[in-house]
Design a protein around this ligand. Sequence first.
Ligand code: ADP
Length: 397
Amino acid sequence: MAATPLLTPRAAHAPTLGLIGGGQLAKMLAQSALQFGCEIVLLERAAGTPAAQLARTTLLGDWDDPARLLELGARVEVTTLENEFVDAGALAAMEAAGHAVWPRAATMRVVQDKLLQKEALAAAGLPLPRFRAVGEPAEVNRVAAEFGWPLVLKKRRNGYDGKGNATVRSPAEVPAAWAQLGGGNDTLYVEEFCPFAAELAIMIVRGRTGETVAYPLVETTQHNHICHVVEAPANVPSALAERAAGIARRAVAAVEMVGAMGVEMFLTKAGEVLVNELAPRVHNSGHYTIEACVCSQFENHVRAVLGWPLGSPALLAPAAVMINLLGAAAGPGTPHGLAAALAVPGAHPHIYGKAQSQPGRKMGHLTALGQDLTEARATARRAADQIRFGDSITPTP
Ligand code: ADP
């Protein structure tokens, strides 16, 4: 007897795309996939996430539950991820069952563990801040004797927005940092502190057969480890931008990424480019590509994982600035001042549709293009200043 098909056949069937995670990155990926007639199935822990309204179905469950992942795999043609926290072993179980998952479990196993990631990049000969595995607090002091203070103690897995990092300036600060990050059982590693002149990032999209496109190099500004502003292109000499793009392409190839990958880098005062970390997914530093590039990072990620030709990453304007719209306080996720922001010509707000604002939570972003960075910055700032999340400020009419 023939098995009952899990999918209702559709005429002129475009692939159904499975997304693990349903946040703003999944929402923007879904918007691009819908453009091509795809359907979306999400796997998320909760209903009502930003991407849910664009999905045909949301499977509720844990990302690391192999049974849930297998159920997702059975309902879609291709599965991809919006974050690096899905256990690589669970992804390998999907692959073993014959499901197409991009990026591959082998890529995620290396990239989701920052120590393994750094070892892979070092083995490929890429420039990095010096780093070392540490199994106990006393080892941090021994590394400091070699690298000097301060050091950055980092969680190997599951860090984001600086939540897995602590800067330690002396032996006295080590125990508290160790405890704060839950040290032990090979969970931490240590890096030399890099007194960078600027933070740079670049999005690379790599297709299934290894072809890549590189977006422009951008400069990112972080406060409290959270990205606030992205400026494209970075205001650096073109030779430096080319060098950074070359490093980023080699980094992406070293981990055999398929899909969009964010490569975060430090520019040192001596003009050296060091890789900080890889994000194996679409990335905040590439949100500007929606309005500013021929083909956005989201569209190119969808093209890559579905095995379709990649689109051009070229800029459509000389400059673009993206500002993250962060929650000002706890409260509802709908913003004040959206109409006032839309009244600023050339401003493109994106509201993620999260139910709740929290201080510092990424609730949306806004991009403006310009003839130069000064113009794009001024437009983006004027519009972003109109929008508030989670407080009771009365919007300007
Ligand atoms: P996350 O995964 O939480 O984004 P990162 O490792 O990218 O963590 O660190 C977040 C921010 O912390 C970086 O953007 C940078 O500003 C700072 N940082 C991280 N590592 C170093 C370092 N080795 N030296 C100096 N600053 C660092």
